[in-house]
Design a protein around this ligand. Sequence first.
Ligand SMILES: Cc1ncc(COP(=O)(O)O)c(C=O)c1O
Length: 412
Amino acid sequence: MKKFDVDYVRAQFPALDRVVDGHPVAYLDGPGGTQVPQRVVDAVADYLLHHDCNIHGAFATSEETDAIIDGARTALADFLGTVPSALSFGANMTTLTILMAQSLVRDWSPGDEVVISALDHEADRGPWLHLEERGIIVREVPVDIETATLDWDAFERLVGERTRLVAIGYASNAVGTVNDVSRAAALAHSVGALCYVDAVHYALHGAIDVDAIGCDLLVCSPYKFFGPHIGVLYVEPSAGERIRPLKLSTQEEAPPCRYETGTLCHEGIAGVAEAVEFIADLGRHHAAEGAALDRRTAIVAGMDAMEAYEQPLAQRLIEGLAEVPGLRIYGPPAGHPRTSTVSFTLDSMPAPQIARRLGRQGLFVWDGDFYAARFVELAGLADSGGLLRMGLCPYNTAAEVERTIAAVRALA
Ligand SMILES: Cc1ncc(COP(=O)(O)O)c(C=O)c1O
């Protein structure tokens, strides 16, 4: 693989020109949503300016809208390693998950069980916890705060014959831990349960292959990987045959439309296709001279190139921060799979204050619980401002990492 061409990446993001009080902005807020390349903005604008319409009409702009949505579905199918008909669009991951939970419970009985994790974002906990009012028992896999990893022995004990679904995050948006989702899927299937994977954080950090995971359902949000604000749901075709979605009688019975309520965000969908193309283009840009990559191969190569670039930067960030007196990093131990998302606390200053101070220096970082509220509560940080989180993206640089370490050291 060629050396990562960060200048090529950066040149595509107009937002990187921003300056705050004389400081160039370093966007370390990627886990909350990445910046967007020009080609995505162009696709959104082109849709609204020239094709804007509702679907399934007998005239040009409607036919073009149908084609744009089909094209985006096909691009996302390459992104997730599946077929277009297995993918549905929605408002965002949270809304898709609430709808799916309320659909599935129609065929469950009081006393049936769902297994969730203490490490997950609330969007993969709350929709299942809501089902308690319907008599569903929700069991929680504990997390070890020291290692920020799930207790897999407990996980195995919690999955039993009444389990109907196992919900697990592919990666923690709070601390970067990557979970063994294939193992969770196998566990779920050993008792005939469904496996629901929240891939929202992971989708920026590694190629996803839904067949290799073996999950039944998977959700992700393109605004976390260079696209607009929409959500995507994967439903494994045979699992889908057992699902009765909450839908209108006027909606098509067949997937993918059976999971798509109301009019979708067509311009966002147009932009998603270009976000996938942006990743595929990175794969081609970094491939050996003359290699002709199909889109799926190019996407995997693009994700690999980004990870190979970001992981050493994350290591440097962790090492540099670890030397700051009074700083504690929360995350998985060395060697455990992780994303380039790094979180910490500082004895001398709560996270909200650090975020404000860094923000004024053009270092955009998040503070709080990032909706991974259960982990932050169990870590005992809920009342003290939570964590300070920095997430690396392919447009971040080694210089930004050094500047960030120096700024945190100065604050401490
Ligand atoms: C891991 C994870 N899951 C779920 C969500 C919720 O996604 P959405 O904003 O699309 O509802 C987020 C958003 O931050 C997230 O990071």
